[in-house]
Design a protein around this ligand. Sequence first.
Ligand code: ADP
Length: 512
Amino acid sequence: MWGVQNIVKNGLIVSCQPVPGGAMDDSSHVVGFALAALSAGAVALRVESSRYVSAVRAATEAPLIGLIKRDLEDSPVRITPYIDDVRELAKAGADIIAFDATDRVRPATVEALAQAVREAGKQSMADCSCIEDARRALAAGVDFVGSTMSGYTGGPEPIDPDIDLVAALRELTPRVIAEGRIRTPEQAKAAARAGAACVVVGSAITRTEHVTAWFNDALSEIYSPAPAPVVLSVDLGGTKTMAALVKAGDVLDTVVFATDRAGSPADWLQGIAAATAAWKGRYESAGIAVTGAVRDGVWRAMNKATLGIEGAFPLEARAFETFGVPVVAANDAQAAAWGEYKATSDRSDLVFITVSTGLGGGIISEGRLLRGIAGHFGQMHDPQAGNLALENRVSGTWIASEAKRLGHGCEPKDVFRAANAGEAWALSIVDGVARRFARLCCNIQLAIDPARIVVGGGVGLATGFLDRVTAEIAAIGPSAAPVLRAATLGAKAGIVGMADLALKHKKNLKSL
Ligand code: ADP
C-alpha cells in the first residue's frame, strides 16, 4: 500500500534544523523557517526534537517528518535511537518519524523502531547509508527509505550528494526520499530524475552559518588567495634537458643542458639534481616530462633512437628519492600540449605536435588531456616508407642523418639555413619533411577534427617550416585542412604544462 502518498506529495521537503547552539536555535526561528518554506511551495518539513515539532505543529497542518538527534556514548547512531523518542515525536505531532537504519551498534533495532512507529499510528522513514540498510528497513516494514546517512558512517565526508544511492533505492521501492548534501537546484533535479519521490534540502536553505561560510570560502579564494606553490619542472628530451622553477604558470628560473645520450635514467636524474641543487628548498613538488611512454609513473622508451631507456624505469619513485618532494611524471609532448592549452583562454579541442629530436604530440579533448600513449604520432607508420614509424622521416634526427647522407655533415638548423637560402639539397630534405608533416596534420584533422593544431619543437618552430607545411596543406586541398598555430610558449611549453599537471595531480590526491 502506498498510503504515504496521501501525506507527502512529490516535491521539496525543507529540513529546518538550526545549528545547535547557534543564533537561530530557538522555536521562533524554526517556525519562521518552516512557514517561509511552506509559503514558497515546500510540500513538507523535517524538524528535529519534540520541542520544535510541537512548535511547528502548532503553526501549520503541513506534513511533518520528526526526528530526535542524540550523541550516545555507546553507539554511533544519532537519529532517533530510542523507542521512547518515537513515542515523544508521535505525541508532539510528527506525521512521519525518521530514524537511523544503519547496520551499527544501536540501542533499539530497526524492526523495533518500525514497529513502534506503526503502533503510534504514524509512518516511518529509514535514514539509510547504503542499499543493504534499505533492504533490511523495507523488510521491517518502513514506509519510506532515505539516502540521509550515505557518507556518514566512516571515511572522509563526501562533497556531492549520493545520487547513485537514490537511483539504487528506487530499484527497491518508489517510496524514496533523497537527502544529504543537496545544495543546489541542479542537484535536487538530479535526485528527482534518479527517482526520488521527494527531495530534502536542509543546510542550503535553513543554516545561515553554513551558507555564509560557503560564500566566504569562495570569496576568500579571490580576496586572500593562498600564495601559489612553486614547482620544480623538468623537460627531459632526446637532445636537451630543461629544468625550471615555475609559479602560477610563470617561469622564475631555468637551466638548460645537453642530455647525455650515453647515460641512463638514473644518470639523468643525478644530472638534473646537480644542475638544480641551488633551488633546493624553493619548491614543494616536482613534475618531470620525458620523451617516451609514461604509465602509472613508470617510464618506457617508445623509440630507443630518440632516447635509449632499457625496460621499465620507475621514474616517479626514483625522482621522489632524488628530489625529496612528491613527483608526477608525464610524456613530454603531452605536458607541452597541456601547457599550450592553458596558455590561452581558448577552451576548444587542441592537438599539439612537436617536431624535435623525434616526433610526438598530445591531445586535449573536452578540456581533458588524453594520457597513456595518446598523441604518439611519431609511432604511427608511414606506408610510403616501408611501414617505418613516421618519426624516422619527420624529425631532427632524420634531417641530420639525411644531410650527412647527402654529404653535408651538419645540424638541422644549418639544413634550414641552407634551405631558406635556396640550396637544392637542403630544400629536398626540408620540403620532404614538410610534405609528410602536412599529410599527418590532415590525417589528424580527419581523425579528431581539433579546432587547432599547435606546432612546437626545435624543427617545428624552425624559420620557414610552418610556411612550407601550410603550402603543402593547401596543395592537399581544403576538405581536411587544419588550422595550424606555432606554439605560443615556444620551448617552455613542456615545463609550464608539466608544472600545472604536477599541481593538478596533487590537488586530486587531496580531494580523494
Ligand atoms: P628535444 O628533442 O630535446 O625536446 P628540441 O625540441 O629542441 O629538443 O628539438 C631538438 C631538435 O631540433 C634537434 O634535432 C635540433 O637539431 C633541432 N633544432 C633545434 N633548433 C633548431 C633550429 N633553429 N632550426 C632547425 N632545427 C633545430
